[in-house]
Design a protein around this ligand. Structure first.
Ligand code: ADP
Ligand code: MG
Length: 215
């Protein structure tokens, strides 16, 4: 079954709902090793993205326009460093979906992988530097690897979700090499990275989306 603009509108609405439910928790995580605004930033960004995407005419707008609209809305709504990171992620997903009227499972998986790559290139963070890359990169790698060996999309995303959770949990033992937390040295050890935690929420929403499509 193909993924159409209407489906992507539902996905963005779901992401906004799930991030909103975690807003205070994400702020608490950021309060421990940053400036405490990560939940507010992600909530504002995802809400703006869902609203802008929801306003598109699904009969007229192609998937690439959905992602590009989300990118612009997210960037405009967020002043924190997560703003340009997710704007880049959505732009890259838009580029991956270019010229498609609807997305195949392969297109969707590649859009997902492009998001991870975009975040990594925009922020120039490597795995192990206690950022959202520690959730995004293992998730994308796991999904791509599973997909290339013939695994159906929902199971690929199940693996992505699991890898993201493990990656996020692993940030607890890391010192930070990027972002605000990098100024705190060893004091950040024992705390998970807020950006990795919000990445888990988004990847989990995407996994849920792929499961529900296939019933
Ligand atoms: P700010 O630090 O500007 O307040 P947020 O609180 O919205 O921004 O986001 C903080 C999160 O951004 C961090 O937890 C980390 O995951 C992520 N982050 C910061 N810098 C980078 C980077 N260079 N690459 C990837 N992720 C980053
Ligand atoms: Mg912050």
């Amino acid at each position: 079954m193909m993924i159409a603009t209407k489906d992507l509108q539902h996905l963005f609405a779901q992401i906004a709902e799930d991030i909103s439910a975690q807003r205070d928790h994400l702020c608490e995580l950021d309060g421990a090793i940053g400036d405490g605004d990560h939940g507010l930033a992600m909530d504002a960004g995802c809400e703006a993205a869902a609203k802008a995407v929801g306003a598109l005419d699904s009969a007229q707008a192609a998937p690439t326009a959905v992602f590009n609209t989300a990118a612009k809305a997210f960037l405009n709504a967020v002043g924190a460093s997560s703003g340009p990171l997710y704007a880049t992620a959505f732009m890259r997903a838009g580029a991956a979906a270019k010229d498609r009227l609807e997305l195949t499972d392969d297109d969707f998986l590649r859009a997902f992988a492009a998001m991870a790559q975009g975040i990594q290139e925009r922020g120039k963070a490597e795995p192990g530097e206690k950022t959202m890359v520690d959730a995004w990169k293992p998730a994308a790698d796991a999904a791509l690897e599973a997909w290339q060996s013939g695994t159906p999309l929902p199971q690929c995303f199940e693996m992505a979700e699991r890898s993201a959770r493990q990656g996020c949990e692993a940030t607890r033992d890391m010192t930070a090499a990027k972002g605000r937390a990098s100024r705190l040295g060893d004091r950040v050890i024992g705390h998970i990275d807020p950006g990795a935690a919000s990445a888990v929420v988004i990847i989990t929403a995407m996994a849920k989306f792929t499961r529900h499509r296939d019933g």
